[in-house]
Design a protein around this ligand. Structure first.
Ligand SMILES: [Zn+2]
Length: 266
């Protein structure tokens, strides 16, 4: 009996901890998509795709990526980490100068036990450092590790960010260092208009010299352009989409109010 009491207490303690501390509740992709501020794909009939690069800027790989993009006049979106921007601001400036989009990927690239306060501070700090070097604040944000839940989505919307994940068929897991051929095949085999493709421009350390993503990129771009695709920034893809995107923020989750006033629940 004592044993049963012990295990029941343990179970309740676990569930209490689980509910209140470990994980914020998460809704389905469809629920978040309905807010109009969270995107995995974009609906478009035009042959447009968005290449995205996370975790940089990297002093070696990002300039190599920029060279290849320039060769095809392709535009991309860089989801930068604030602590890398501080170290390599000239690479960030080059991204902007060459017509690419800069987006917020937090400052420290942390994703454990994320609270609203912590995420707001991370977003703000990264916005400030990006603004310092480019003159503007980004409007897009990608959660670290692609992890999303109510706290993350609410906080992002409250901070006036569009949340950009990636197409489920477009994660070649380049961080795990597959060959350039594997990355290229993965991306090109199922490509569709409106896809958002996930790459990383930061691999290893700042001293790492070899990157399979860089080796794959030329062939991917050659395939895309031969097949009539154009690479645009995520913002341009959203702008040219056939989805209805609300232009006001603060709609998730909506409290059913009797008046026309909309309140956010945080
Ligand atoms: Zn990342």
């Amino acid at each position: 009996m004592k044993k049963l009491y012990f295990f029941t207490t343990l179970l309740f303690t676990f569930f209490f901890f689980y509910q209140t501390h470990t994980f914020a509740s998460a809704n389905s992709r469809e629920t978040y998509e309905k807010t109009g501020h969270v995107f995995w794909d974009v609906n478009t009939k035009e042959k447009l795709v968005a290449l995205t690069f996370d975790d940089g800027p990297h002093p070696v790989f990002t300039p190599q990526i920029l060279d290849i993009l320039a060769k095809y006049d392709a535009k991309a979106t860089f989801f930068v980490a604030g602590n890398k921007v501080i170290r390599f601001p000239d690479v960030l400036k080059r991204e902007v100068k060459e017509g690419h989009e800069i987006a917020n990927h937090t400052f420290h690239h942390l994703h454990h036990n994320m609270t609203a306060e912590k995420l707001s501070a991370e977003l703000e700090k990264t916005d400030t450092i990006i603004k310092k070097f480019t003159g503007f604040k980004p409007s897009l944000y990608r959660p670290v590790g692609g992890i999303y839940n109510d706290v993350i989505i609410n906080t992002a919307i409250k901070n006036r960010k569009e949340v950009v994940l990636w197409s489920w068929n477009q994660d070649p897991r380049d961080w795990a260092n597959p060959s350039a051929g594997q990355i290229c095949n993965y991306v090109t085999k199922g490509i569709k208009p409106g896809n958002i493709i996930l790459f990383h421009d930061w691999h290893g350390s700042e001293y790492t010299q070899n990157c399979q993503t860089v080796h794959a990129l030329d062939n991917i771009l050659e395939f895309l352009y031969k097949n009539g695709y154009k690479c645009v920034t995520v913002s341009e893809l959203l702008y040219r989409s056939t989805q209805l995107i609300p232009d006001s923020f603060g709609i998730y989750p909506v409290k059913k109010a009797k008046t026309s006033h909309i309140d956010l629940i945080f």
